[in-house]
Every structure is written in structure tokens, then in C-alpha cells.
Design a protein around this ligand. Structure first.
Ligand code: TRP
Length: 455
């Protein structure tokens, strides 16, 4: 039997590298594309408050749980469970996470590919003079095109693979350390542009003045679902990353920092989008089209629009890339450690197999649009299964494991770095992972299965 030598296992080299990589996983299309439109449809400021509450109350403890499992396990999501719960079936949760990563990356890379097309379109001044209807057609015919979206998607997969194949320190850490500051800079430039548009103040009050009239049970559940997806929780992406953290890393503080960074970017995305939306008298509750149709319409009308349009879609692409890296790493770490193959081979197999499924997901809007499984096309089936079933189920079992089945000492030792850090808040953490988090997650889960999708 070959043993994995821990001293040669790849790891992150710096504290900033850890934050950049983990925040890079969290900050993605979920923040910049999804958060603003979900908030727009659910009362703006009121949604933001409920969302913040869930990030702090549930997101942070679940993230700490994943960090503790991964750093103790020192393996991929599946292998880490085998280490922390030997002889038990908990590794099946890790396996489910690998499948979730596979599914999410397949449909996520399709949308990521669209961002590349839209960078291209902005740079080429293609949006100029198009009416809203024409912009809708442009978008509709692009995603239905027989090969254009697929080519962009494959380019995106290759970009992701090129970074992942280079390893944790020399690939993931190196690039996220570069891309995350760039992302922050881009979003700040766009915030300034948006805030200086005449008539944008209304957009700010929409985002920050809570209007509780629109809050329903659905809003609350949407906020929790969004928090899970946005923080990359529930499927072992953060178990995998934390398996490369150093033993001195303070897991609780890292979880708080990553969650805050993720939330900050979502709020800034709102600050970019809502003032612009209100300045042009557009309804904030446009739904998923907000970014690919409404925004090009807005960019057409502002000075320097093509430039800011290109910046916006570059921002989306960068955000998506640091997330696809984390999704691919889940699969690559699993393949290489469990099948005992090289990272190179593992990346190759992962890229090929996920791309195959991804192409089918892309084709859901074109050649395969007539093909459906239980009334959903392939893209929606992958999204639905991963986001509404596998993630909440994974999150549920992770907190149940940490709250009820893992030995208290194992988790406490990991979170306090073998007792060298204070454990004043540990009882609160345990209370949340035992009772609050599982009940809340179960509520979204049951709701999303029986009442309707969470988007
Ligand atoms: N969090 C990312 C976003 O907001 C997407 C993502 C990356 C993700 N890794 C994940 C979602 C793991 C769930 C699980 O876009």
C-alpha cells in the first residue's frame, strides 16, 4: 500500500494566498450575476439584511466545520472524511461533493464562457444602437448557436485546467493572488462609474433601505440558499482547500474573513448594478437576464460604455475563473489521491469528462433544447440537482457530522490549533452546528424540493 507522504503534499504558502484562494472560490457568478437579481426580486435592502444574518449565523459555522474536516484530514473531500471518521460511511458525503463539483462545473463553465463572448462583444462595439429587443435576440441567438458558446466554454475549461494542473502553490495560489486584487480594483472602478450617474441614488436606497413588505417565507429561504451557493458551502470545495492550509492558520478567523470578503463583493455588485438600473428607469426585478441584457442596454447609454462594459464582463470572467478553479480542484484532488494518479493525469481526465457533460449543458439552449428530463433541460437539471439537492444535503450532513458524530475533541483541537487559541466561543459554535444550522438547512431543503426551485 502506498502511503501519501504529508511532507511532500502541496500546500498554500502564505496567509494572503489562503484568503485569496478561498475568497476566490466564494466570489463568483453567484455574487455578481445572481445576488443582485435575487435581491432585486426580493425587496432589496430587506433581502440584504436577512442574507447577512444567515451568512453570520449559519455560513460562518458551516465554513468552520468544513475547514476543520479538511485540515484534520489533509486529503480531498472524500479522503478527509475517511481520516476523520475511519470505518464509517461519512466519506459518502465527500463523494457526493465530488459529484456536485462535477455537475456545478459543467453548467457554470457554460455561463463563464458567455462572459468571454460578452467581453468580446463589448470590445467590438457590438451593442451600439441595439434596442432592448435586439439585445434579447443577440443573447438568445448566441446561446443557441451550434458552436460559439461551446468554444468559449472549452476555452474557459482550458484556462481553469491550466491553472489547476500547476498545483496548489504554483497554480491556484499564484493566480488567485493576482486575480483577486484585480477583481477588487475592477469592481471599485465600476462602483465609481455607477455612483456618479445622475439619478442613481434611488438605486442605493433600494439596496440599503429595507422594505419588509416584500419579505415572505420564500425570501428567507432564498437568502439561505444564496448564502450556501455564494460561500461555496456544502460540497467539500472548502474541505479540499483547507486540506492545504498550514497548521497555524486560525480557522475561525479565516472563515469570518472569507465570508466578509464574499459579502462585500456581493454588496459592491449591487452598488454597481442598482444605481445604473434606476438611473435608466429599468425594473430591478428583471431576473437572470439582468446582466446579459439589461446591462448592455445601460452601457450603450453611458459615456465610455463599451469600456465599462468590457470591464464589467472581465470582472465576471475573473470572478468565475477563481470559482471554477476551486470546483476543478475538488475533482482533481479526488482523482489523484483516490486513484493514485499524477495531478497531470487527474486534471486531464477531469477536464475531459467535465467538458463533455458541460457541452451537453451548453447545448440545452440550442440543439438539445427539445431534450428534457422531468421537464428540465440538461443545464437546469444539473443546476437543480447540485444547487437544490446535493449542496443542502451535503451541508446538512457536514453539520450533523461535526455537531453530533465527530468527537468534540477532534473539532475543538482543530479549531483551537491544539488548544493554543482561545475557545470562548466554542459552545456557541457547537450549539449552532447541532441545532440551528441543521434545522435551517432542512427547511430550505424541504421547501426547495416540495414547493419549488430556489432559482
Ligand atoms: N461560490 C461560487 C459563486 O458564488 C460558486 C462556487 C464555487 C460554488 N465553488 C463552489 C458553489 C462550491 C457551491 C459549492 O459563484
Amino acid at each position: 500500500m502506498s502511503k501519501i507522504d504529508l511532507s511532500t503534499r502541496d500546500s498554500f504558502g502564505s496567509k494572503f494566498g489562503i484568503i485569496a484562494a478561498a475568497a476566490g472560490s466564494a466570489v463568483g457568478l453567484g455574487n455578481i450575476w445572481k445576488f443582485p437579481y435575487v435581491a432585486g426580486e426580493n425587496g432589496g435592502g430587506a433581502f440584504l439584511l436577512i442574507y447577512l444574518f444567515f451568512v453570520l449565523l449559519i455560513g460562518v459555522p458551516v465554513m468552520m466545520s468544513e475547514f476543520a474536516i479538511g485540515r484534520k484530514g489533509q486529503k480531498n473531500a472524500y479522503g478527509s472524511f475517511k481520516v476523520v471518521a475511519p470505518g464509517k460511511k461519512w466519506h459518502l458525503i465527500g463523494f457526493m461533493g465530488v459529484i456536485a463539483a462535477f455537475f456545478i462545473l459543467a453548467f457554470y463553465s457554460a455561463v463563464a464562457g458567455w462572459t468571454l463572448e460578452y467581453i468580446n462583444q463589448s470590445v467590438m462595439h457590438r451593442f451600439a444602437g441595439q434596442s432592448t429587443e435586439q439585445l434579447e435576440n443577440t443573447f438568445g441567438s448566441f446561446i443557441a448557436h451550434p458552436y460559439r458558446p461551446i468554444i468559449w466554454q472549452l476555452i474557459f475549461m482550458l484556462l481553469t485546467a491550466g491553472i489547476v494542473i500547476a498545483g496548489v502553490k504554483k497554480g491556484i495560489e499564484k493566480y488567485t493572488k493576482l486575480l483577486m486584487p484585480m477583481l477588487l480594483l475592477l469592481i471599485i472602478v465600476l462602483c465609481i462609474r455607477s455612483l456618479t450617474l445622475p439619478g442613481g441614488n434611488e438605486g442605493l436606497s433600494f439596496l440599503f433601505k429595507p422594505n419588509f413588505d416584500k419579505v415572505t417565507a420564500k425570501t428567507v429561504l432564498f437568502a439561505l440558499g444564496q448564502a450556501f451557493f455564494s460561500l461555496s458551502l456544502g460540497m467539500g470545495a472548502l474541505i479540499t482547500y483547507s486540506s492545504y492550509f498550514g497548521k497555524k492558520e486560525n480557522l475561525a478567523i479565516t472563515a469570518v474573513e472569507v465570508s466578509m470578503a464574499d459579502t462585500l463583493i456581493a454588496v459592491l455588485a449591487g452598488v454597481v448594478i442598482f444605481p445604473a438600473v434606476f438611473a435608466f428607469g429599468i425594473e430591478p426585478s428583471m431576473g437572470p437576464k439582468l446582466v446579459f441584457i439589461t446591462l448592455p442596454k445601460i452601457f450603450q447609454q453611458i459615456p465610455g460604455g463599451d469600456f465599462f462594459g468590457a470591464i464589467f464582463f472581465i470582472l465576471l470572467a475573473v470572478a468565475a475563473l477563481t470559482s471554477t478553479i476551486s470546483l476543478m480542484e475538488v475533482v482533481v484532488a479526488f482523482f489523484s489521491e483516490e486513484l493514485k494518479i499524477t495531478r497531470k493525469k487527474a486534471t486531464f481526465i477531469a477536464t475531459l469528462s467535465i467538458s463533455l457533460l458541460g457541452v451537453l449543458a451548453s447545448m440545452s439552449f440550442g440543439a438539445l433544447s427539445g431534450f428534457s428530463i422531468l421537464g428540465k433541460n440538461i443545464f437546469d437539471t444539473l443546476d437543480y440537482t447540485a444547487s437544490n439537492i446535493l449542496l443542502p444535503l451535503g451541508g446538512f450532513f457536514i453539520v450533523i457530522f461535526v455537531g453530533w458524530f465527530a468527537s468534540d475533541n477532534l473539532i475543538k483541537n482543530e479549531l483551537t490549533n491544539e488548544g493554543t487559541l482561545k475557545s470562548k466561543y466554542f459552545p456557541y459554535f457547537i450549539f449552532i452546528v447541532r441545532f440551528i444550522a441543521p434545522i435551517a438547512i432542512l427547511a430550505i431543503f424541504i421547501y426547495s424540493i416540495f414547493v419549488g426551485g430556489l432559482g
